[in-house]
Design a protein around this ligand. Structure first.
Ligand SMILES: Nc1ncnc2c1ncn2[C@@H]1O[C@H](COP(=O)(O)OP(=O)(O)OP(=O)(O)O)[C@@H](O)[C@H]1O
Ligand SMILES: [Mg+2]
Length: 340
């Protein structure tokens, strides 16, 4: 008790969306204080952490032999415990202006499909990174709170969160998740689909970051009003030398067809499994989209066409989970109700 208030004096409670692609940290009373890619660069032999976040992301695919830039989370869960712990520690300290003597309470968003073992890993990583207490909140619930859905009412709300590693769809009513489904197909899979398409069609090898850039620039799920092209660079697999070529949006739409179809199918299954009363609420209110993947051009139009329902992309889709976790941090009774 004494130590709790002791540490409480030096630490601000945090809410963290520990995403596969991006980590966002909210500090109680301050709003979003940090938004960085979930990437860590470590020395291959000494395992020393060399850079975290934006700085480390720039190194992805560009590191010399003795440095490895890795993403400690894959498919929404921890893939490399030590590196993830180091990353959380870095973010906790950065949120506290690099002071190291801090022991905050932290609310962390986790995918709804996560196993007990995976949950424990997140909790343990945060505790050994310096948290004094950890609350876990399911990401779709956090996203729903974040976008301001009336989760406490006896009425169905459907949220679709498309991140880097996972796509999660959930139906929420009376502060609980009535139905949820998670698939490990999201932004990363889209990037991979683009890479393999370009390799197959043009014998051109492109990096992870280039693939993401293509997706964000001319990627789409539905025919665009104005065709778009983009110049890309990679390594020609036949000649073995760097090469530039121009690709268009139709090709990238073709490349993205499979992951996009999986996402549509996930929504369709969720709608089929939703209890009828709640389904009729969703017919009126539609589906709210969150997560960076929901920013893919035309995805809302495609989902509207495929489901016949209103589709609303959240205003700040990338921050929805963090904002929701932050609201729970500010409201203890809400946190008690929704933490797992
Ligand atoms: N404009 C855009 N168009 C398409 N995709 C985008 C756009 N902006 C961001 N993304 C993608 O969104 C993904 C990141 O979204 P987000 O930050 O919500 O994921 P995350 O929370 O880190 O991952 P997860 O929830 O799966 O753990 C990346 O794959 C990124 O490429
Ligand atoms: Mg996310």
């Amino acid at each position: 008790m004494f130590f709790d208030s002791f540490w409480g004096m030096f630490s601000s409670d945090l809410a963290m969306d520990l995403g596969t692609a991006n980590t966002i940290v909210i500090k109680k009373g301050h709003g979003i204080v940090l938004r960085e890619p979930s990437v860590v660069a470590v020395h291959a032999e000494t395992k020393q952490v060399l850079a975290v976040g934006g700085e480390a992301k720039k190194m992805l695919g560009r590191t010399p032999g003795n440095i490895v830039a890795t993403r400690p989370l894959r498919d929404g869960v921890i893939a490399n415990f030590e590196v993830c712990e180091a990353m959380i520690r870095y973010f906790i300290q950065k949120a506290h202006n690099r002071r190291s003597m801090v022991r905050p309470r932290i609310v962390i968003g986790v995918p709804s499909g996560i196993t007990q073992v995976e949950k424990r890993a997140v909790r343990d990583a945060a505790l050994s990174a310096g948290a004094r207490e950890v609350f876990l909140i399911e990401e779709p619930m956090a996203a729903a709170i974040g976008v301001g859905l009336p989760i406490a009412e006896a009425s169905g709300n459907m949220i679709l969160d498309i991140g880097g590693g996972t796509t999660e769809v959930a139906v929420i009513s009376l502060s609980g998740i009535v139905y949820s489904r998670s698939v490990r197909v999201a932004g990363d899979e889209m990037d991979e689909a683009i890479s393999s398409f370009i390799k197959r069609k043009y014998n051109l090898l492109i990096g992870e970051r280039t693939a993401e850039e293509i997706k964000m620039t001319i990627g789409s799920a539905f025919a665009l009003e104005k065709p778009q092209t983009m110049e890309i660079k990679g390594r020609d697999l036949m000649a073995g030398i760097p090469k530039t070529l121009v690709i268009n949006d139709a090709e990238i739409r073709e490349a993205l067809a499979e992951p996009v179809a999986t996402i549509v199918e996930t929504v369709r299954i969720a709608l089929e499994r939703t209890p009828p009363e709640l389904a009729s609420d969703i017919v009126d209110k539609g589906i709210v989209l969150a997560g960076g993947g929901s920013l893919l051009q035309g995805l809302d139009l495609l989902l509207r066409e495929e489901t016949g329902l209103p589709i609303i992309v959240a205003e700040d889709a990338l921050s929805a989970v963090a904002i929701g976790a932050g609201k729970a941090l500010e409201d203890m009774s809400l946190l008690r109700k929704v933490s797992i």
